[in-house]
Design a protein. Structure first.
Length: 181
């Protein structure tokens, strides 16, 4: 991502003025959106004195009206989008939701009118869903093919939480707690 500031004579070698925060306003030009979003968010927060994710996306859409936000970790939501192209009011069940936006396979669809069920064993994660997705059914339960009580491994990064003991052992240095659910 390149951030350009007010027009002045300091050329960066690309024929464009460089960013100078002391000169006030700036024009933001993003190249690879996925790589640039974090940098752009930090820039906007710095100059708007607070978190402004909606403002970031408004700026990005002004710069590139064809941009489509992917919320999934590896773009899975864009694959699903292609499969269900044209479906305007679908339904989803998201198991192991973690967060309403971060690594979300369903956020893109919720924003386009789809509704569904979000399930996560971490009750703390569901509070964010209640705020961000009030039109969904949000459940704080564990899901398994086994009947009984299972160990739920909680990590410092909630995206890593799991019932899978083998996977938890691989991540053992990061475990915060093991809960019986």
């Amino acid at each position: 991502m390149r951030i350009y500031g007010d027009l002045h004579n300091s050329d960066d070698g690309w024929g464009c003025p460089t960013f100078d925060a002391s000169r006030g306003s700036a024009i933001i030009m993003a190249g690879n959106l996925r790589d640039s979003k974090r940098q752009l968010t930090q820039f906007v927060r710095r100059f708007t004195s607070g978190g402004a994710p909606r403002l970031v996306w408004r700026l990005i859409r002004l710069l590139d009206p064809y941009v489509v936000a992917s919320y999934s970790q590896e773009g899975e939501d864009m694959v699903i989008r292609r499969i269900f192209d044209g479906v305007e009011d679908g339904f989803y069940v998201d198991v192991g939701t973690h967060h309403p936006m971060r690594y979300s396979n369903t956020c893109f669809f919720y924003q386009r009118g789809w509704r569904g069920i979000n399930i996560d064993a971490d009750a703390g994660a569901l509070a964010a869903f209640q705020r961000a997705r009030p039109n969904d059914v949000n459940l704080a339960v564990g899901v398994s093919d086994e009947v009984g009580t299972l160990d739920f491994n909680v990590f410092s990064d909630p995206a890593l939480n799991t019932f899978d003991s083998r996977l938890a052992d691989e991540r053992a240095c990061q475990v915060i707690a093991v809960l019986q659910l």
